[in-house]
Each structure stands twice: as C-alpha cells, then as structure tokens.
Design a protein around this ligand. Structure first.
Ligand code: NI
Length: 260
C-alpha cells in the first residue's frame, strides 16, 4: 500500500490572494504531505483559471460550477461551458454550487440561486459526477432541495456549519461532510460535535483556501499546508490518530471523485 497523503478537497488557488506566490506555494505542497488538491470554481472567471491550474499541476483536479454569489450572472452558455469542462479527464466534481442567503437576502435572489443550483445538480446527475455544496444561512432550503432532487446522487456539503443532526441526515442520504478550519475554532461547538458524531468514512478534509484559516492562523490567508491542523483536531475529537484521519479521508475522497 502506498503511504497515505493528504487529500485537500476544496481550495481556490485561482484567487487573487495567491497572485504573488501561487507557483511557489503549489510546488511546496508535496513537501507538506499534500498529495491531491481539488480546485473549486467559484466565479464564472474561475472556470478558465481552474482548467489552467488543472493542466499545469498533475496533483490538481477541478470542480466546475458556479457559486450562488454569481447565480444571477449565469446564462445558458455558462451551463454549456460547465458541461464541456466536466468532460476533461481531471474534472472530478461539479462545484461549488448551492445557496447563500447570508449575502443575498432578497426572495428573488433566492429563487435564482435555487434554479441554478438545481440546473447544476442536474448536470452532475447526467455526467455521473459528485457535486460540492456551498450553503450559508440556507440550511432548510439546501437540505430540502437535496433530499427532494438529489436522490441517488453523491456529493459533499463543503465547509459544513449546520447542526450535527442535519449532518447525520446528509450521511443517511449518502452525502459526505467537508470539514475545514472552522472545526479548530474554540467556539465552533456544533462543528466539533459533527466531527465527533459522523463516521470518519463520510468526512473529507478541506481548507477553502484562501479563506477559513484554522487556529492558530485564524483571519490570515489560508493554504493547504494548514490542513494538518484540521486533521489533528478531528483526530483529537474522535480519539484516533492523525495518520488514521489522513489515510481514511484520502480513501474517501478518492472513492467519491473516482480517482484511481
Ligand atoms: Ni469554497
């Protein structure tokens, strides 16, 4: 068996926060024990940028989709482009897609977000790919949509921040839970409890870099090397070794993203 390496399932290396040192940083990942990184698209511009990163770095995979922040900018052509990109050999998921009612409070915005979330879930279904979910202040609508329309599909609720009970419901539906820097925050009781309760087989490690840096780097720019703190915290919460967390979550991600 190969030595386990960390599978970072969610980062945004096309973000301008990495403008100065992107190449050096990505080239240092192997030395930090990071074996695979999924770069998740957020904006429409990041579709192209993610394709380029995926082509340049053998260990970078792509998730193609549009974040709810940009739902209003999406057209039929955007959906077509996502469909084209997800046929590339290292495209492993549709994402990140979902609902964000924290930044978007108007009912008409919610309607557009739901429509685009469903349209992209449908691409995932047709292309037999998992999808990555962003959900903020939209717990019920997100769960209801996935429970009603995502039956038999696979995916991950990224940067999970809702209740442990809801996490269990997602697990029952066959979904994975993405845990990142938040699990290390002192006051993140719900997320810590989620990490404790759900089976390790359903957890994915992620950073959401450049955002969500774990303690002791909270508030600073995040990068995938800091994922070690997330793995350690999950290990402590579950009373197992960090090595086990790294090994099992790597297997989880490889299975979910169909990487051999
Ligand atoms: Ni993200």
């Amino acid at each position: 068996m190969e030595t386990p390496v960390i599978f970072e399932t969610h980062a945004h290396y096309d973000d301008e926060a990495f403008e100065q040192d992107r190449e050096a940083l990505l080239n240092s990942m192997e030395a930090h024990g990071i074996g695979h990184i999924v770069n998740a698209c957020a904006s429409i511009e990041s579709l192209k940028a993610t394709e380029e990163l995926m082509e340049k770095y053998p260990f970078v995979y792509g998730a193609f989709g549009i974040h709810p922040d940009d739902a209003e900018k999406m057209t039929e052509d955007t959906l077509k482009e996502i469909r084209r990109l997800c046929h590339l050999p290292k495209a492993v998921a549709i994402g990140e897609i979902g609902l964000d009612y924290y930044w978007h409070k108007e009912e008409h915005e919610h309607e557009i977000q739901k429509k685009m979330f469903l349209a992209q879930m449908e691409i995932a279904r047709e292309e037999k790919l998992p999808f990555m979910v962003h959900s903020r202040d939209a717990a019920k609508d997100t769960f209801d949509l996935i429970a009603a329309r995502g039956k038999g599909q696979r995916g991950v609720i990224h940067c999970y921040s809702y209740s442990p009970e809801m996490a269990q419901e997602y697990v029952k539906l066959g979904y994975h839970i993405g845990l990142g820097g938040v699990v290390t925050f002192k006051n993140a009781k719900k997320v810590k409890e989620t990490a404790r309760q759900i089976p390790l087989e359903r957890i994915l490690l992620e950073t959401d870099s450049p955002y969500m840096a774990p303690t002791p780097f909270r508030g600073k720019r995040n990068n995938s090397a800091y994922i070690d703190y997330v793995a350690q915290e999950i290990a402590d919460l579950k009373g197992i070794s960090k090595e086990e967390v790294i090994a099992v979550t790597e297997e989880n991600a490889k299975k979910l993203f169909a990487i051999i």
